[in-house]
Every structure is written in C-alpha cells, then in structure tokens.
Design a protein around this ligand. Structure first.
Ligand code: HEM
Length: 233
C-alpha cells in the first residue's frame, strides 16, 4: 500500500503534468500576428501595382504606412494593460512581435519619405527635420525605436539584465506619445483620430502605473505582516 507521502507527491506531480498539458501553447499566435500584419502591406502593393493608390501614390503610401506604424505601436503598448485588466497572458506573447512590426513599418515609412518623396537627397531631409516640428518629432520616435528593436531579443535581455532592459524598454511609451504628437501636428483640421490614439497610449500608461503602484503596496503590506508575525513569535 503506498504511503500518504507517496500518494500526495504523485497527486502533486500529476496535477503539475495535467496543468502543463492543458495549458494552451498557442504556437500559432506569433505566426498569425506576423501574417495579419503583412496583409495591409500586400494589399497596398497590389493596389499600387493596379494603379489604384490615388492621384499621388507616394503620399498615400507614406500616410498609410505611417498610420500602420502607429497602430502596431499602440497595439504593442496595449498588451500589458490587457493582462492587467483581464488577466490574459496571450497578449504578452505578441507584444514584442507587434513592437517589431511597428518598428519595421516606421522604417518603411521613413524609407518612402527619404527615397521616393525626397529622392535620396540628404539636404532637404535635414532641413525638414530641423525646420518642421512634425518631422522632427517623427524622426525622434524612429531614432528611439532603434535601441528597442536592437535589444528585443532574449540574448540582449540576458546580457543587459532585466532591470536595465526594462528601464530602456519603458521608452516605448515615449515613442508612442511622439508618434501621436507627430500625427496630431501633421493633421490640419480634424484631430479626432490622433486624439483617439493618444487616449489609447495614455490609458495603457495609466493602467500600467496603477498595477505597479498596487504591486508595491501589496509587497509593503506583506513585508509588514511578516515583520508583525516574527515579532509576535
Ligand atoms: C515611430 C515613428 C513614426 C510614426 C508612428 C509615424 C506616423 C505617421 C502618421 C500616423 C502619419 C499620418 C498618416 C495619415 O495622415 O493618415 C504620418 C505622416 C507622415 N510622416 Fe510619419 N511617423 C513616424 C516617423 C516619421 C519619420 C521618421 C518621418 C521622416 C523623417 C516621417 C514623415 C512623415 C511625413 C512626411 C508624413 C506625411 C505628411 C503629409 O503628407 O503631409 N514620419 N506619420
């Protein structure tokens, strides 16, 4: 007859195994996100090929790719708030992929501007960056995105250590805000759209901050309880 210890250990191991076995692996999530992210670019290329990108295809492509960059960045910034609000883990699995999609879209947006709009001439680009605030803000967002994309690998995280890595990656909110300001300054009349993106970034930031405050309050409470318990014994 098995002892009580053996039965308990077996039950504990079995519970662990079944938990792992039933935990959804969601291997398809990242490939599905990348495929979904590529769809608007493929559609845009198809419309360009069919000469259906409007009277000024360069301006249309520039604006649409810029908007996609902002959408991906906002989606990436919404992953942690979704975890905080609904305790979902799956958004965290696509946070990095969405951020990288935002980076590549921003890079493509800049490339269209530099190569097609400005015909690879450095002087007018530098003049634009120094004279037009909205271009300067967009350029700052792109420059800040580079170190985040560079350090988005597990290797970089291990090399930097979690605290330093996390500190650097907090820049994501600054980049989101710069993207929104860039859009706001670019729009002449109806500011509803940039304001909506601004609210998404601000709400995500506020939720993240609240979760952090709650966590540190809980930790302080637990430390207080532990101290009180050790004093009474
Ligand atoms: C994170 C980086 C960036 C984001 C999120 C972003 C986003 C956007 C958005 C949302 C628009 C407007 C789209 C629309 O009206 O539908 C836009 C337009 C534009 N952006 Fe960016 N952008 C970024 C970086 C840059 C950079 C680096 C440059 C150039 C140095 C740039 C130059 C432009 C230009 C020239 C336009 C079009 C302006 C016009 O047609 O009047 N952007 N961008």
């Amino acid at each position: 007859m098995p002892s009580r210890w053996q039965t308990c250990t077996r039950a504990w191991i079995w519970r662990g195994i079944s938990k792992v076995a039933t935990k959804p692996k969601l291997y398809w999530l990242v490939p599905a996100t990348v495929t979904g992210a590529l769809v608007p670019f493929v559609l845009m290329a198809y419309r360009l090929y069919q000469h259906r990108l409007g009277a000024n295809p360069i301006a249309t492509a520039l604006n649409q790719v810029g908007l996609l960059a902002l959408i991906f960045l906002c989606a990436s910034l919404s992953c942690t708030p979704l975890k905080v609000l609904f305790n979902w883990n799956w958004p965290l699995r696509v946070r990095r992929t969405l951020g990288l999609c935002g980076f590549f879209a921003a890079l493509l947006h800049f490339s269209i501007y530099f190569a097609l709009d400005q015909r690879l001439e450095l002087e007018p680009v530098l003049k634009d960056i120094t004279k037009r605030p909205f271009i300067a803000v967009g350029f700052s967002a792109l420059v800040l995105l580079v170190p985040l994309a560079w350090t988005s690998t597990r290797g970089a995280l291990a090399r930097m250590g979690f605290v330093r890595w996390q500190r650097l990656h907090r820049l994501a909110y600054v980049i989101g805000a710069l993207g929104v300001v860039h859009f706001y300054l670019r729009v002449k009349a109806n500011h509803a759209q940039p304001i909506i993106y601004g609210l998404i970034v601000a709400l995500g930031f506020a939720l993240r901050l609240l979760a952090k405050l709650k966590k540190s309050r809980d930790m302080r409470l637990r430390a207080g309880l532990r101290a009180a318990r050790s004093e009474s014994t």
